[in-house]
Design a protein around this ligand. Structure first.
Ligand SMILES: *[C@@H]1O[C@H](CO)[C@@H](O)[C@H](O)[C@H]1NC(C)=O
Length: 357
């Protein structure tokens, strides 16, 4: 027993000495703060076989667990959406000048929403889902938009189609008007909900009653504030209230220099958060404790989503290390994602453990 405890200590000491300072795996979190699982994802698509550009973002699932992301192609094709599971292919190319897609979500087999950061709009795609063969976009129209939206950057979608968007103005020094939160109802009514520091990750809880939004601030070109706020959400009116702090990374683990990027919940209500620059995904339970950290194979993850046939594969997307291409990691887990679950005919069980198999 003593031997193994000493052995653990030695491993920890070696990790502290040699592990790059930017990552904080569970082992290095101060004792007594919490305990968590230290996980590692594996490469699904790497720079050798990718068809995606370095601005890959907005990973998304449909009801079958087929996976999609933005920036199919290269640096110049920001107007595209691509499929990456089970195969890589172009899903949609927008004809409007300067379109810059940054996120996608499916409402059902025939409708998806995608945000265009350059033209300040949420686009509705009409999709044909053939029994044999890949889904195909057969039409597109503006779902909502507003010239005063900062971007939008990413979106989340309630079970019956209320959209919430984040957005940011990336400046060397962030102020309280460089980020925003908007909502769009199914009737097209669009509302500015809040102006704040720059916002990025945005996600609903599985019961559609809570909204998580990240907020970051830069000073002299370097991020120095990384917070996630929690709101009560009313998806019928598209409004939020009761703002409270969910996590402040400067207090949690001193990683306030690494941006919070895309966020997703699983059906157990855990919040999965990508940390751009830290090569890591942090998993919080619904009461704000870190329950896992996932080390990924590239340093700049931008987003993640659960998909695959049972909604239990986490796909993490981001720029490949040392190349101007898009990479994708994967991790098998036990609890399905919220988005995948919402797309199943009868919903999906919230029983079971979130842990990896
Ligand atoms: C979250 O984790 C903490 C620490 O393990 C635990 O005390 C708390 O009950 C958990 N919350 C939920 C909702 O499981």
């Amino acid at each position: 027993m003593l031997r193994s405890i000493l052995g653990m200590d030695l491993v920890t000491v070696i990790l502290v000495m040699f592990y790059p300072a930017l990552v904080t795996p569970c082992d290095l979190v101060p004792l007594g703060l919490h305990s968590c699982l230290d996980l590692t994802s594996t490469a699904h698509i790497s720079t050798q076989d990718t068809h995606f550009g370095r601005y890959i973002e907005g990973s998304s699932t449909n009801s079958k667990g087929e996976m999609f992301a933005v920036n199919y192609g290269n640096d110049f094709t920001l107007y595209t959406l691509g499929q990456f599971y089970p195969q890589q292919r172009l899903f949609y190319a927008d004809p409007v000048p300067h379109t810059h897609f940054n996120g996608i979500r499916f409402l059902n087999d025939n409708t998806a929403y995608t945000v265009d950061a350059a033209n300040h709009r949420v686009l509705q795609l009409t999709v044909n889902q053939y029994p044999n063969g890949p889904p195909t976009v057969v039409g597109s129209s503006v779902f909502c938009g507003d010239a005063t939206m900062i971007e939008p950057n990413d979106l989340t979608l309630s079970k019956f189609g209320t959209v919430f968007t984040s957005g940011m103005r990336m400046l060397a020094d962030t102020d309280d008007t460089d980020g925003d939160i908007w909502s769009c109802l199914q009737n097209g009514e669009v509302k500015l909900l809040e102006t704040m520091g720059r916002t990025n990750g945005i996600e609903l809880s599985p019961d559609d009653t809570k909204l998580y939004v990240s907020e970051s601030y830069n000073r002299g070109g370097t991020p120095y504030v990384q917070k996630i706020w929690l709101y009560d959400a009313d998806v019928t009116s598209g409004t939020i209230s009761g703002k409270r702090l969910f996590v402040d990374f400067s207090l949690l683990d001193g990683t306030q220099n690494f941006d919070i990027d895309g966020m997703r919940t699983d059906v157990a209500g855990n919040l999965w958060v990508t940390r751009h620059g830290a090569g890591q995904v942090v998993v919080f339970n619904s009461t704000g404790s870190v329950i896992a950290r996932v080390r990924i194979t590239f340093p700049n993850p931008t987003n993640l989503e659960f998909g695959g046939p049972a909604g239990r594969t986490v796909y993490i997307v981001g720029k490949c290390e040392g190349a101007n291409t898009g990479c994708i990691d994967r991790l098998e887990v036990v609890t399905p994602g919220r988005s995948w679950s919402n797309l199943q005919p009868f919903g999906s069980s919230t029983e079971g453990c979130w842990c990896p198999e």
